[in-house]
Design a binder for this molecule. Structure first.
Ligand SMILES: Nc1ncnc2c1ncn2[C@@H]1O[C@H](COP(=O)(O)OP(=O)(O)O)[C@@H](O)[C@H]1O
Ligand SMILES: [Mg+2]
Length: 592
């Protein structure tokens, strides 16, 4: 009882959500649709009534009345036809407006939610379900419209039929109950099957898309893998197809039984009306009218049942869409303070683990970066170096402990102002399909036409050498996603472009997270030498595996087991003869 109450409550909330969203998406088309809906509800009833009067007039031989009625009848028919076309047009415009609206809401949300959101599988599912709900929203708006129209129709025709014969009215509704129960089960079954097959569907798409992916196509040709990918694709396709066909056939058979049962009411009305005609109580027009009304009652009730069942099934999807829209980014709840351009950064006993992960990445992690200090952060793979950078950007917040900027909790600062303090090159480079000018200037987009500045950062980062033979220079498009003659870059070259972007923002505080991963040693040395040079009197954090790159830093922090185990200059640390000295000597021995 309680369960069904909350189910009804959810359904009503969803209906309200559907209507509200539809209205907000486009007030104009929403109102137009309501107008068309009202007309398409009442015009058919009027035309059925007109037809009754025409037939009765013909039997009674009143030519003039019949002629006038026929003209009105034809006018109504024409109107119905025009409205049906107009309805299709409105629907098209309306669904466009709705998709645009929801897509905007989604993009706005995803651009504001915390990065942590994307780390969690559960949240990932939510985004997936929500994205697949774009079309659902469109159809929910329509479902709600259809349900309203069907309710008005059912009530109107039920009243008309019961005034003709109360028993037939009641029986028509009773005959529909088994259909309602069956349809509810069937709709649920189809939805469950769709859900259960999502993974297989995605797998099928994966094998299919492999043929259109440049890199995989390369391997397919190299290893003659066509049969392998096609075989997998066909196998899944057949499995899905078999199950769906079976469900389809069974449904057709079962539904015929219910249609026969529902047809009984029309049969009853036919017997009842024929009797009336024979007894001369009603005219032939009334006979036609009575049967049409029962038929309409039946059709509209079926429409109502189908739409209501479908709406109930969509509850789950709509709920996730609503939850997504209602979500509040946690980390973006920040203060208004604006940090200085090279603040003193302090990690105080920071504990951190990624969302839904058990193990702490940082434990009791404390260190200070003084203004105008160049820091090197070293540690083994996975020791948490990149994580420290992400915390400085407030992509995540510590679970315990505090990060301070100039002695004040980082949460008291405006989050975007904090992020603007640093010029950064992250470890994982990102490729874009855009003109080079825009790719470099993404960090400070208003200055994208400042060719002098573009040239300066390209010289520093080594991009100038990549583009020296490109006729279009900074206006060359990189990547081939939409550009036939887009330029392809190697991984190392992409990183140089990323470095140019990091410098383009003119920050006092530079962070480079393993920029050397995809670079050749000559470029690597050059980049680090340049960075030390450029950041004199400024701040820098450098993360590198090659410890020869870190020797020049003012302070080296050695990260192990989630916290800083050694700190000091290169020579201090060699003297300490601890972890750093061991790693350094190990690497140095390879170059002897
Ligand atoms: N988004 C994430 N979700 C869960 N675990 C993560 C995530 N990013 C990194 N980790 C884990 O956190 C640890 C530290 O990662 P990271 O800071 O990237 O190491 P480093 O940069 O020192 O190589 C690793 O064990 C890594 O697997
Ligand atoms: Mg890293």
């Amino acid at each position: 009882m309680r369960k069904s109450f909350s189910f009804i409550k959810n359904t009503l909330i969803n209906i309200w959500f559907g209507i509200k969203t539809s209205f907000l998406a486009s007030k104009k088309y929403f109102l137009l649709k309501c107008l068309v809906l009202l007309s398409t509800t009442f015009i058919p009833l009027t035309t059925i009534w007109l037809w009754q009067e025409i037939l009765n007039g013909v039997v009674a031989g009143s030519t003039k009345a019949v002629f006038i009625l026929l003209i009105v009848y034809l006018a109504f028919k024409l109107l119905t036809y025009l409205l049906a076309h107009y309805d299709i047009y409105i629907r098209m415009r309306y669904v466009n407006a709705l998709t645009m609206y929801i897509e905007n809401v989604m993009i706005d949300k995803t651009s504001r939610v915390d990065l942590a959101f994307f780390d969690s599988a559960k949240m990932g599912d939510k985004v997936r379900i929500t994205r697949s709900n774009f079309e659902i929203m469109g159809s929910v708006a329509w479902l709600v419209f259809n349900i309203f129209s069907a309710i008005i129709n059912v009530i109107a025709t039920f009243v008309i039929v019961t005034t003709i014969n109360p028993w037939i009215g009641i029986l028509t509704i009773l005959f529909l109950i088994p259909f309602f129960i069956y349809d509810n089960k069937h709709t649920n079954y189809m939805w469950e099957m769709e859900e259960a097959q999502t993974r297989d569907d995605r797998k099928k798409d994966y094998y299919n898309n492999a043929f259109y992916d440049n890199n995989i196509q390369f391997e397919i040709k190299l290893n003659k893998l066509t049969d392998f990918f096609l075989g997998r694709y066909k196998e899944i396709w057949q499995r899905l197809y078999k199950k769906r066909t079976k469900a389809g056939i069974l449904h057709t058979l079962r539904i015929s039984f219910f249609l026969l049962l529902n047809f009984l009411s029309e049969l009853l009305m036919l017997l009842f009306s024929v009797q009336g005609v024979i007894a001369k109580e009603i005219g032939i027009g009334n006979l036609q009218y009575n049967i049409s009304m029962v038929a309409r009652l039946r059709e509209q009730s079926i429409e109502l049942i189908k739409n209501v069942n479908w709406l109930m099934v969509n509850n789950v999807r709509l709920k996730s869409l609503q939850e997504f829209i209602a979500m509040k980014p946690e980390y973006e709840q920040c203060g208004k303070r604006i940090p200085s351009s090279n603040p003193r950064i302090e990690f105080c006993d920071v504990y951190f683990r990624y969302p839904n992960c058990e193990d702490y990445v940082l434990k009791n992690c404390s260190f200070v970066i003084e203004p105008h200090e160049r820091i090197a952060l070293v540690g083994q793979n996975g020791s948490g170096k990149s994580t420290i950078i992400k915390l400085m950007f407030r992509f995540y917040d510590p679970e315990k402990g505090m990060i301070k900027l100039d002695g004040i909790d980082i949460k008291e600062y405006d989050i975007y102002a904090v992020r603007r303090v640093f010029g950064v090159l992250f470890q994982d480079y990102v490729t874009y399909c855009l003109p080079l000018r825009e790719i470099i200037a993404l960090s400070d987009f208003v200055n994208r036409f400042d060719d002098g500045k573009l040239q300066k950062v390209s010289d520093i980062s080594g991009v100038t050498e990549i583009i020296k033979d490109w006729p279009d220079g900074f206006d060359s498009v990189l990547g081939r996603y939409y550009a036939d003659n887009g330029k392809d870059l190697s991984g190392g070259q992409w990183q140089l472009v990323g470095l140019a972007r990091a410098y383009f923002r003119d920050n006092e505080f530079m962070i480079l997270d393993e920029p050397s991963a995809a670079l050749d040693p000559i470029f690597e040395d050059r980049i680090f030498a340049q960075l030390y040079d450029l950041s004199k009197g400024k701040n820098a954090v450098i993360i590198s595996h090659r410890l020869s790159n870190t020797t020049l830093a003012d302070k080296i922090l050695v990260l192990d087991d989630g916290h800083i185990v050694e700190r000091g200059s290169h020579f201090d640390l060699l003297k300490q003869n601890g972890k750093y000295a061991y790693w350094f000597n190990l690497q140095a021995s390879k170059y002897v």
